[in-house]
Design a binder for this molecule. Structure first.
Ligand SMILES: [Zn+2]
Length: 459
């Protein structure tokens, strides 16, 4: 069946336009055409006082980390808190989580994402084993629970199955990392294949994620890069989030992380480096030459004190930047968009740095919105991020009557959204042509919140 929506404004080719609507097919979950209002008027649903945009694409998430929101914002008597002490707290929180707990935390997290306008999540999944570190009878048990949570919430998911073998560069796993272990590459790939065979919903696919140069040996990077290329899968890796990781990589391999990935055959147009907060100008060139994408997670990076992404250098070089909510400190991709730009302003003491040419102006908002849509789709290998024929029917409606948008014009609306408005301006969300959020409510959010509270109460 085909359905038609006619909003007041539609996001097309980097700007809002009036007088256009979208027709989509509920059987395929894809957009059939974008056409003038007059052609679609018969049987169309009119979205009054609404703008329609492609759904936002969150390329880097660890859903279970939603459980520690608000619980790591303090320190004890130690002189300093940093990424590594946060990581210890995160490890402690996950030790006893059951498959049901993982499902409940993930479902709540994904519903919160949908409510903010995120229609796709790239879930970087590295929690594989039971609390004793033993594989479940189905080695993909926890991955399947996360996917079930995504399917039930109604969000599109790319399950980025993570390989994790070492506790640091060439170091044994620590006891608290036993739930992440993928002991050998053959069983990891067997599990990945089984996972691919078990995902049949049409809104769930699989990618590969060697966790980082800290967590897998070089030989794994090489083998996984070949497998991903042969199978046509995207490949994501945490890269240079902390200076300590760069130093350890240099000590072990005589190379920085991006250089090691290049030497291992990992860099390619289907590769996404997550964070890249500590990279050199030479590494920017390697990323650019390979056609790779960088996933920025500035909400998490500011929370963890990771450092500031060299976004201007990446944009000037032509490296696409996609966005992720990562540790879920904040679930708001609009916020992630503006932080990439704002962090650069704070560093450079200048304004309007990450821009797209529109007429005789260099506009910030279209560049930021592209990060949350087009670049995200590229990173996850999806026909998404655009309202165009053949793309998935993933879109969000914006409340043009919201007080945060008062005074907008068709020309200022992109900047109001990308740089100012709260995610609460999103009222309605469709994924694959199915409406999942209506009038700012997801049908399952109350039950999901109760189940989530139950997980925390039991710990
Ligand atoms: Zn991460």
């Amino acid at each position: 069946m085909s359905l038609r929506l006619i909003p007041d404004l539609l996001w097309l080719d980097g700007r809002f336009v009036a007088g256009q609507g979208v027709e989509y097919d509920t059987a395929t979950g894809r957009i059939v055409r974008i056409a003038p209002e007059a052609e679609l008027a018969a049987k169309a649903v009119r979205l009054r006082e609404r703008a329609l945009m492609p759904g936002l694409i969150n390329v880097h998430s660890h859903a279970f980390q939603r459980l520690i929101r608000g619980r790591t914002q303090w320190r004890g008597s130690e002189p300093a808190s940093d990424f590594w002490s946060w990581r210890d707290a995160m490890y402690a929180a996950l030790q006893q989580l059951s498959p049901d707990d993982i499902y409940a935390a993930s479902r709540l997290c994904f519903i919160e994402m949908l409510r903010s306008g995120i229609t796709t999540v790239g879930e970087f999944h590295y929690l594989h084993n039971d609390p004793d570190g033993k594989p479940y009878a189905n080695r993909a048990e926890l991955a399947l629970r996360v996917v079930a949570a995504a399917n039930d919430a109604g969000i599109r998911i790319v399950l980025l199955n993570s390989a994790y073998a070492t506790g640091g560069v060439r170091e044994p796993l620590r006891p608290e990392q036993r739930r992440f272990e993928t002991p050998d590459i053959a069983s990891f790939l067997t599990t990945t294949e089984s996972l691919r065979a078990q995902l049949t919903s049409g809104t769930a696919t699989v990618g590969l994620a060697p966790h980082s140069v800290r967590a897998v040996p070089r030989s794994w990077l090489e083998e996984l890069a070949v497998y991903a290329r042969d199978e046509g899968l995207v490949l994501h890796t945490h890269v240079s989030e902390q200076q300590g990781e760069v130093d350890a990589c240099k000590r072990a391999y005589g190379r920085r992380p991006v250089e090691l990935l290049e030497d291992s055959g990992v860099l390619s147009p289907t590769f996404t480096g997550v964070h890249c907060t500590h990279i050199t100008a030479e590494e920017v060139v390697l990323l650019r030459t390979s056609g790779a994408t960088v996933a920025a997670c500035p909400g998490t990076e500011r929370d963890l004190g990771d450092g500031i992404l060299s976004a201007s250098a990446l944009v000037q070089a032509g490296v696409p930047i996609a966005l992720g909510t990562d540790s879920q400190t904040v679930i708001d991709l609009w916020e992630e968009m503006r932080l990439v730009e704002y962090h650069e302003r704070l560093r450079s003491e200048r304004r309007a740095l990450l821009t797209t040419r529109v007429g005789d102006r260099h506009e910030v908002a279209p560049a930021l919105i592209d990060m949350g849509t087009v670049a995200g789709a590229r990173s996850l290998g999806l026909d998404a991020g655009r309202l165009s024929a053949g793309s998935v029917a993933d879109f969000v409606a914006i409340d043009l009557g919201h007080i945060a948008l008062a005074g907008y014009t068709v020309d200022t609306l992109p900047a109001c959204l990308a740089l100012s408005a709260p995610a609460a301006v999103v009222t309605d969300v469709w994924v694959g042509g199915v409406q999942r959020v209506a009038d700012s409510v997801h049908a399952d959010e109350e039950t999901a919140m109760q189940a989530f509270a139950g997980v925390l109460a039991a710990k």
